[in-house]
Structure formats: C-alpha cells, structure tokens
Design a protein around this ligand. Sequence first.
Ligand code: GEK
Length: 242
Amino acid sequence: MQKDHVYAEPLAHIQDFRFDDAVADVFPDMIQRSVPGYQTIIQTIGKLTARYQQDNSHYYDLGCSLGAASLAMRRHITAAKGKVIAVDNSRAMIERCQRHLQAFRSDIPVEAVLADIRQIPIENAAVVVINFTLQFLPPEDREALINRIYQGLKPGGILILSEKFKTDDTITNELLIDLYHDFKRANGYSELEISQKRTALENVMRPDTLASHAKRLQQAGFNAHNLWFQCFNFCSMFAIKD
Ligand code: GEK
C-alpha cells in the first residue's frame, strides 16, 4: 500500500481537492487513515448485503473509488442473478477499480462505470451504497439523487449512506472536528497535512447536518431510516424501502 504524502510538503497555492492519479495511487492508505471506522463500515455493508439481497437484483456502489464496497457486496451475494454496478466519475479511480475487481475471482458480475452518479439510471436495486460521496455533490443536487435511489430500490431494499456531517451549534461542531483531527494525528498526519487537506476540501466537500439527512430520506419516502454508526463527525445511516 503506497503511503499518502499528498499534502506533506508546503504548497504555495492549495488547489481544490481532486480525485486524480496522485490521490487514486494512495487512496487505500488515505481513506484508512482519514475516515474513522472505515473498515467497520465496509464490513457492515457486506453483512447488510447478505441480509437484504434479493434474486434478480442490482447492487449499486455510487462513488465507488477503488471498489471496496463493491467487493464487500460481491463477497456476500448468494441470491440468484445479482449484478454489482460500481460508478465513479474519476477516470483514475475507475481504471484502478476495474483492476481490483479483476484481481479477485467471482461468479457475480460487476460493471465498473465511468459516469456521474447524477446521470446513471438506478433500477431494480436490492442494495444501494453511497459511501462518503453524497457530500461531494452540490447541495442542491442531493435531494434528486436520494429520490431517484428510493424510486430505484425494490420493496424491501436498503440504502446505506455514509457521510461526514456537521452540527448546528459551534461548540459541538468544533469539538467533533478537534477529536477528528486528534484521530488524524494519531494516524501519522502532520499539522501541515491536516490543515492543507482541510483547505483543499473546503469548496468541494460540504457536509449536511444529521437532521437534514433524516428529512431528505423521509421526504423521499423512506419511513424506516436510522443512524447505525457514528465516530466523531463521521456516520453511516441506513434507510429501508417498505
Ligand atoms: C469507498 N465509496 O471506498 N459522480 C460519480 N462519482 C463521484 C461524483 C459524482 N458526481 N462526485 C464524487 N465522486 C468509496 C469512497 S470517496 C470519499 C468514496 C472520500 C467520487 C469521487 O471521484 C471519489 O472516488 C468518491 O466519489 C468519493 O467506500 O475520498 O472521502
């Protein structure tokens, strides 16, 4: 695994964060050291897939990066005629994702698609995963995607949505961010790396509050939804279509 040094040296001008070759090359190390509970979330995506799988269904991984969630889903599908559809709009990510998927043998087909998740059809789905990607969409586009996911799920299907979130009050928001930065320090990131990455993400990753996620899920039609994981300002929710 290549170590993430993307922000290790001082940069004269910090550009907006992009999922380019430099990031894709170090992504497994980056996400592991930057997202609290990442392994737990990926493993639980596998477990939930085992529970919510249905025959003749699609399993979506929206914003798949290198395909960790797709691999977890594929390992757990035993239902007949399943297909995993992994989507990312970064060429650097999807090329590496294709290689990862080919490296492991499986009878379950996986299609790795270079596309914008706002533009692909979502249909016949037993499971839809959107793991730390909704936060990168322009806020005004989020509702339409959640609505389309609801429409594309089969009855009894599940959406697993993981996000970084913010809180409405400054005191708890700053405390959660401080605890998160301690987590990054403990994982070997320097003050310079933490602050340069924060600046790079400022314009491209805009977290919602948990209340706005819950409202959006409810309005889309999900009557059953809840938080199942939280660590600092990172969380994962599930929503089940009845
Ligand atoms: C994992 N889910 O390892 N359409 C398609 N892809 C997009 C879009 C878009 N509009 N916007 C961003 N992306 C993964 C981790 S990373 C999260 C997901 C992170 C893609 C982007 O190219 C990147 O690969 C991914 O969403 C977000 O479980 O790095 O914090």
